[in-house]
Write a protein that binds this ligand. Structure first.
Ligand SMILES: Cc1cc2nc3c(=O)[nH]c(=O)nc-3n(C[C@H](O)[C@H](O)[C@H](O)COP(=O)(O)OP(=O)(O)OC[C@H]3O[C@@H](n4cnc5c(N)ncnc54)[C@H](O)[C@@H]3O)c2cc1C
Length: 396
């Protein structure tokens, strides 16, 4: 009988436990610091749990060495995870962009099915067990909680998650445990998070949502943008932040369907048709009124009480340019509390991608977000958690 301890009852830890329990010779225990396992699963996908993405591929992932996930992609990936969910009784559906959700539209039905499977496989779950440190002593791992007595195991899987959304359990503790075994942790940044921007332009539009093509560096997405008092949010901005590193600006094309010259021509026609109208109403009927006013004010700088007919050709050109490429200077991201994922983590070259075992400490494994792998928005992060967890559990 081999005792396997899984530290962390999130998506990766639960899949690790289920895989480890496939071998009847293993006694499997999940140690979870929170009062319940799977709290992040419940919150995922706005309570619907975007379980995976049928298009998930290596190029949806980021980290020091994304080739690390190749073995998982080839051996236990979307189909294998979905087969496992089907056997657990989870009926699923595929939506736009390949996003997979439970048919019930309830994240709780995913977690409840996982919990039922944990019970059926006789996996032991110990909640309220916050691991402070782990060390190897006499061939066993000694796992010490902040409060209470240590427990012992033959193999340990670190599935503690990263630093994102600490209210849901993961608080960066997994990195400290891995460091104590000599592992290196790369720089950590919030990902899938809102962006803070310079000045008060976004603040002036707080609460307004528009559709735009958003460009960050070489990447762009079309979708909803939400202006907030700190900067920009909304699905299009949010999902681009998986590719955010040192870019200084983010830009919006708020009339994506039209070319620059078409927009400029429209503005010239309006100047003619509404020459006696104040600039305040120049965009009425064309753009969100407030957005139009703020663009005019920032681009032209003169009072909106001016008549539209006084706009010069140069001002028309500048306004059209701003509509097609409205730039915001990025000053940073919102905090870990707002982020969905951690960019960075334990260096993957210190682990074997075929087993998830540490190359520095035999019998120690890691999976999920604690490793230096993060994915795009759309089911990719949970897929990595299921896959890496399964591989770790199977091999432990
Ligand atoms: C609000 C939100 C919505 C999301 N929606 C989606 C989505 O729809 N689709 C998608 O693919 N991804 C989504 N993600 C990302 C995805 O949920 C995570 O990447 C994934 O859950 C990571 O799994 P994990 O097991 O590595 O870590 P976690 O799920 O964070 O689990 C780690 C667990 O370990 C426990 N733990 C930590 N330290 C210790 C310790 N020292 N001792 C004991 N226990 C410990 C924690 O309490 C936690 O339960 C979302 C994230 C958030 C925050």
């Amino acid at each position: 009988m081999s005792n396997i301890a899984i530290i962390g009852g999130g998506a990766s830890g639960i899949f690790a436990a289920l895989a480890a329990a496939e071998n009847e010779k293993n006694a499997v225990t999940i140690y979870e610091r929170g009062a319940r396992i799977g709290r992040k699963i419940l919150a995922s996908g706005n309570g619907r749990c975007n379980m995976t993405n049928i298009n998930a591929a290596e190029n949806n992932y980021y980290g020091g060495n994304t080739a690390f996930i190749r073995y998982a992609v080839e051996n236990f990936w979307v189909n294998e995870a979905l087969d496992m969910f089907s056997r657990m009784g989870v009926l699923y559906k595929v939506e736009d962009g390949g996003r997979v959700y439970p048919y019930s539209d309830q994240a709780s039905s995913v977690l409840d099915s996982l919990r039922r499977e944990i019970d059926r496989r006789g996996i032991n779950v110990v909640c309220g067990f916050d691991v402070e440190g782990i060390r190897k002593a006499n061939g066993k791992f000694e796992i010490t909680p902040y409060k209470g007595q240590p427990v012992y195991a033959d193999k340990v899987i670190i599935a503690c998650g990263g630093k994102a959304a600490p209210d849901l359990g993961a608080n960066g503790g997994g990195y400290e445990i891995l460091k104590s075994f000599g592992h290196t942790v790369t720089e950590l940044h919030p990902s899938l998070v809102q962006l803070k921007t310079y000045g008060d332009t976004a603040k002036k539009l707080k609460g307004i949502k528009i559709n735009a093509r958003v460009t960050l560096g070489k990447n762009s997405e079309y979708g909803e943008v939400l202006f907030t008092d700190y900067g920009l949010s909304g699905p299009a901005v949010f999902s681009l932040t998986s590719r955010y590193n040192t870019q200084k600006t983010i830009s919006l094309d708020i009339m994506n369907e039209y070319s620059f010259s078409e927009v400029a021509d429209m503005l010239k026609n309006r100047r003619k048709s509404f020459s006696e109208t104040n600039l305040e109403d120049f965009f009425t009927g064309m753009l969100n009124k407030r957005v139009g006013q703020v663009i005019l004010k920032t681009v032209i700088g003169s009072p909106l009480s001016r008549k539209a007919g006084t706009l010069t050709d140069a001002e028309i050109k500048k306004t059209a340019a701003a509509i097609k490429k409205w730039e915001f200077e990025i000053t940073g991201t919102m905090s870990w509390n707002n982020a969905q994922v951690t960019k960075g983590g334990a260096r993957t070259d210190e682990f074997d991608p075929e087993t998830m075992e540490s190359r520095l400490a035999r019998g120690l494994y890691a999976c999920g977000e604690v490793l230096d792998i993060d994915g795009d928005c759309g089911g990719f992060n949970l897929q990595w958690a299921w896959s890496s967890g399964y591989i770790a559990g199977k091999n432990a």
